[in-house]
Design a protein around this ligand. Structure first.
Ligand SMILES: Cc1cc2nc3c(=O)[nH]c(=O)nc-3n(C[C@H](O)[C@H](O)[C@H](O)COP(=O)(O)O)c2cc1C
Length: 304
């Protein structure tokens, strides 16, 4: 059965991607399986300049999840284009570049740099960062700010723009609709939710930054609810993220209305997690004589 999926103007060989920040630059996982067989990988978030990120402690475990305050450490867009992207292309890996900045101008500059390369399928905007030009409000919390950012990056490149929703927006639906109106080709959802842990012996937060992004299996019901609501509210495809570890998890999100899914924290537990989910969906499609695209939105009330 056919596994290919259409996301706006992009065609993916199958609906399984890996989530930004949980799969390095893709190359690190080649020793475990052929990463080129995934629908795509989303790179670690890329900034205009290289970043070392926060000081340790940067991660902490929680029951069925984790907290991270890595601080968006990355090699910077220039080193990505010259050192990582050519190797990914050689190895036949489909690449989505996840990008972030604290001003619209820097988002645009990163988009322009990536536009000079071939072989980037889409740009995924991480909008869970403060906009320093607007007093530090996160782009992703404000529909107008997110729409303006979407339009500005879209104008800078022919590469499709996907916008990654912050679950902390007062109305994710309003933000997603504004991004759709501004020309986004897809919405990805969701990024982490802020959480924390306290070390009771030291009587202080475990993470050096105090708080961090909460991810992993315990995020799944929240992410699923958001994806289900978004699917009923917007016209562009949704790529679901949040606690997906197994084929069954992925099927829930596809039935909720996602056109594709991203495997995140699960890759830290099993580096083959995304591979297993891809094969699992393929097997499910064979067993039920359905194409992958037939799975999208089967659980939406309107389709019953
Ligand atoms: C260690 C770590 C680093 C992350 N870095 C990024 C990043 O650079 N950009 C981004 O958009 N999301 C980043 N995320 C968020 C994930 O891509 C994903 O949205 C989130 O973890 C929820 O999915 P999961 O529960 O499957 O991990 C990161 C997550 C983790 C755990």
């Amino acid at each position: 059965m056919k596994q290919s999926i259409t996301i706006g103007s992009a065609e993916l060989s199958n609906p399984v991607l890996t989530a930004s920040g949980t799969f390095g630059y893709g190359l690190e996982f080649q020793e475990f399986f052929d990463v080129g067989r995934l629908g795509a990988i989303c790179t670690k978030g890329l900034s205009l300049e290289p970043r070392l990120g926060n000081r340790p402690t940067r991660i902490a475990e929680t029951p069925a999840g984790m907290l991270n305050a890595i601080g968006l450490a990355n090699v910077g867009v220039e080193a990505f284009c010259t050192e990582k992207l050519p190797k990914l292309q050689d190895q036949g890996v489909t690449v989505v570049a996840n990008i972030f900045a604290s001003t619209t101008k820097d988002f645009v500059a990163i988009a322009e740099r990536l536009a000079r390369e071939s072989g980037v399928l889409a740009l995924e905007l991480n909008v869970s960062c403060p906009n320093v030009s607007e007093g530090g409000i996160e782009f992703g919390k404000n529909p107008n700010m997110c729409a303006e950012l979407t339009a500005a990056t879209k104008a800078a490149t022919d590469t499709p723009i996907w916008v990654k929703m912050s679950p902390e927006a007062p109305s994710i639906i309003a933000v997603a609709q504004a991004c759709e109106d501004a020309g986004a080709e897809a919405i990805t959802a969701i990024n982490t939710i802020r959480g924390m842990r306290i070390d009771i012996a030291k009587r202080q937060p475990v993470l050096a930054r105090g708080m961090g992004g909460f991810s992993g299996p315990s995020l799944k019901p929240v992410a699923l609810r958001i994806v289900y609501e978004l699917a009923a509210s917007i016209g562009i495809p949704i790529i679901a993220i949040g606690g997906i570890s197994t084929t069954e998890d992925a099927l829930e999100f596809l039935f909720a209305g996602a056109s594709a899914i991203q495997v995140g924290t699960a890759s830290f537990i099993d580096p083959l997690a995304a591979h297993h989910v891809r094969v699992g969906i393929e097997n499910y499609c064979e067993a039920h004589q359905l194409n992958a695209s037939d799975l999208i939105g089967l659980a939406q009330a309107a389709k019953k």
